[in-house]
Design a protein around this ligand. Structure first.
Ligand SMILES: O=C(O)CCC(=O)C(=O)O
Length: 277
């Protein structure tokens, strides 16, 4: 049974602080998961419930069929996916792990790793999310929640985390699309550090959370099972805008158009509050 009232204990928060990631119990029930999988497929078919397309969408007609499907900001297109992205329980857990009062939604990615997709650009190279988010000043104010739509394990290419790597600063060599992961990780680890990896094995409906500097990636899906998920990215009330980096993001464009300037707290309807204590 999913635990719809679950909030992390102090032990969970301490685990997150030490390791830079943490795995929840099952939060999303099976019926909701089934709806999410259905809505995901509709987005791939080009059916956009709201009439607005995601920022970038994987399309059967134009993309490699067996590679990783990554769709940015599916929340713009679909209300079921948006409800997940704005879910207050996920926000509350994120707030507890970050020890803050307020969580704002930033962006989401719909991710699908096809069955037997090994060798078809379906790995996710090692990276720190903050590498892509220099438009915000402080990596301490960001957190990602990764919602498993299917059971995930090493066979179907679950995420892997490098515990403690959120203490290593912003590293060289970040690349979401790198496929030669072994070499990449050796090159990324700072001198004197050993990058140990931990598989994030979960049942459908569990959620893993990670710090914006935690190194993570995922290997091949060599199973007969598809791996589907939503990655949901959040900010705290302390997040400040840094001008001149990633200003092409649609929410950042809207923030600037609304008068946002360098150093301002990131707020406004484009960054909706999903949880406030
Ligand atoms: O789905 C994956 O394997 C990687 C997802 C990811 O990079 C993220 O959630 O930040």
């Amino acid at each position: 049974m999913p635990d719809t009232n679950f909030i992390p204990s102090q032990k969970d928060v301490d685990f997150f602080k030490t390791n830079g990631y943490w795995i929840s119990p099952k939060i999303i029930d099976d019926e909701r998961l089934e709806r999410l999988r259905d809505r995901m497929e509709r987005v791939y078919q080009g059916e956009f419930e709201t009439g607005t397309a995601p920022d970038a969408v994987w399309r059967r007609e134009t993309s490699r069929p067996n590679s990783l499907r990554k769709t940015d900001n599916a929340n713009l297109a679909d209300l079921t996916i948006r409800a997940l992205a704005h879910d207050s329980q996920i926000g509350q857990i994120a707030a507890a792990l970050k020890e803050t009062n307020t969580i704002r939604f930033w962006e989401d990615q719909l991710l699908l790793k096809p069955a037997q997709s090994s060798g078809n650009a379906a790995n996710v190279g090692w990276h720190q999310d903050y590498h892509y988010w220099g438009c915000f000043q402080n990596p301490e104010t960001m957190i990602t929640a990764w919602v498993a739509y299917d059971d995930v394990d090493e066979e179907n290419g679950c995420m892997q985390m490098v515990p403690g790597s959120h203490y290593w600063g912003i590293l060289n060599g970040n690349d979401f699309y790198e496929q030669n992961m072994q070499k990449q990780l050796q090159d990324m680890a700072p001198e004197g550090q050993i990058a140990r990896t931990v598989p994030i094995i979960m049942k459908a409906g569990q959620i893993s959370f990670h710090h914006s500097l935690t190194i993570h990636g995922s290997g091949p899906n060599v199973s007969d099972r598809v791996r589907r998920s939503s990655a949901l990215h959040y900010l705290t009330a302390e997040t400040r805008y840094r001008a001149g980096f990633a200003d092409e993001y649609s929410e950042i464009k809207k923030f600037i158009a609304a008068g946002g300037v360098d150093g301002d707290i990131v707020q406004g309807e484009m960054f909706p509050v999903v949880y406030r204590k």
